[in-house]
Design a binder for this molecule. Structure first.
Ligand code: NDP
Length: 328
């Protein structure tokens, strides 16, 4: 079997998860990892895989079929995505929902002119949740769609708080409102504001000399991430942080509550995830979509794409005939 040659750009939680997910996929192999840090300081799970400096990435174009961009959405991907889309087939997990249309446009032109596929915003939300919102709307056009997240640690929001000046370590938990979820499951189709559906809670270790009130104010007023929610910021010491906030669980629900036409029957479509490790799962989604990006590019497709543009069968290592026989 010819294996798909995968590389990883950015080795944090997602990068590490992607390395492990590639190991579970016999049709792929990890050929290299790129980092902005000194390569000698980056330790992989598999020490036989080379780590190179991000500045040198251009010279490896012929060795890589798909590059997984595992940097943060707030400042890494907006800079790296458009540049790398002009060199490689890429897959990333850009999760700043409000900025996805402009990020799509920024990737589309370089990917098209390089003849590559740039698959953006892959993961669970955006990603698998987006697909289920689409299924719900398309199948039950008369109804309402609800997305609830958590309780869980949001990597995107944690990444954002860690970049606030004065923050030494930080995590953010998203908490769904139990009463709002009960009303939705009851078929009430309530109108819920962003603020009514979830709250956000941060646990922060301050850097020496940092001004707690300035940090709190920067976080709670951050547009796109916190300004539309009730956010509590807790300041804790480094020991408590490592004892109580080191794992990364998450999950959530997409619920479409609607009625079918002739019989006016109530129909509820629900998709849920209960994730022991958010980056472990997200990177597994990235790896499955890397397979699809490769196949799409092999078939002549180019430009920016999202999960909404990818046929499900392309995610599987099985042939279409095998899928028809085994899963249909
Ligand atoms: P991390 O903060 O762990 O890593 C981000 C980048 O920071 C890495 O690529 C790495 O780049 C750098 N980095 C990592 N560790 C260190 C370190 N010790 N010192 C200095 N730099 C370091 O972020 P995650 O991997 O947890 O998450 C990445 C993004 O994934 C999030 O911003 C979020 O947007 C997205 N995400 C999307 C989801 C979805 O459903 N779509 C779900 C979950 C996450 P380098 O190696 O170049 O230094």
């Amino acid at each position: 079997m010819t294996q798909i040659r995968i590389a990883i750009a950015g080795y944090g939680n997602l990068g590490r998860g992607a390395e492990a997910a590639i190991k579970q996929s016999p049709d792929m192999r990890l050929v290299s990892v790129f980092s902005r840090r000194d390569p000698a300081s980056v330790t992989l799970l598999d020490s036989s895989v080379p780590v190179y400096a991000m500045d040198d990435i251009e010279q490896y174009q012929n060795d890589i079929d798909v590059l997984l961009l595992c940097g943060g959405s707030k400042s890494d991907l907006p800079e790296q995505g458009p540049q790398l889309a002009g060199l490689f087939n890429i897959v990333d997990s850009f999760d700043t929902h409000a900025k996805i249309p402009e990020y799509f446009t920024a990737l589309d032109a370089p990917a098209k002119s390089a003849g590559k596929v740039a698959l953006l915003s892959v993961g669970w939300d955006p990603g698998l949740f987006s697909l289920n919102r689409l299924y719900g709307e398309a199948i039950l056009p008369v109804g309402e769609t609800y997305t609830f997240w958590g309780k869980g640690l949001s990597q995107g929001h944690s990444d954002a708080v860690r970049r606030v000046a004065g923050v030494k370590s930080g995590v953010q938990y998203t908490i769904p409102s139990e009463s709002a979820m009960a009303r939705v499951r009851n078929g009430e189709q309530p109108t819920l504001s962003t603020r009514e559906k979830h709250t956000r809670e941060c646990f922060i270790v301050l850097a020496d000399g940092a001004d707690a009130e300035a940090v709190r104010s920067t976080i709670v007023n951050m547009p796109d991430y916190f300004s539309d929610y009730d956010t509590t910021v807790n300041f804790i010491d480094a020991h408590t942080f490592s004892e109580q906030h080191s794992s990364m669980p998450h999950g959530g629900f997409v619920i479409r509550s609607g009625v079918s036409g002739s019989d006016n029957a109530k129909q509820v479509l629900e998709f849920s995830l209960k994730l022991g490790s958010n980056p472990g799962f997200t990177s597994s989604v990235l790896v499955a979509y890397a397979r699809a990006a490769y196949k799409m590019n092999q078939a002549g497709e180019t430009g920016a794409k999202t999960v909404l543009d990818v046929a499900p069968g392309l995610l599987s290592p099985k042939t279409p005939a095998e899928l028809r026989k085994e899963l249909l």
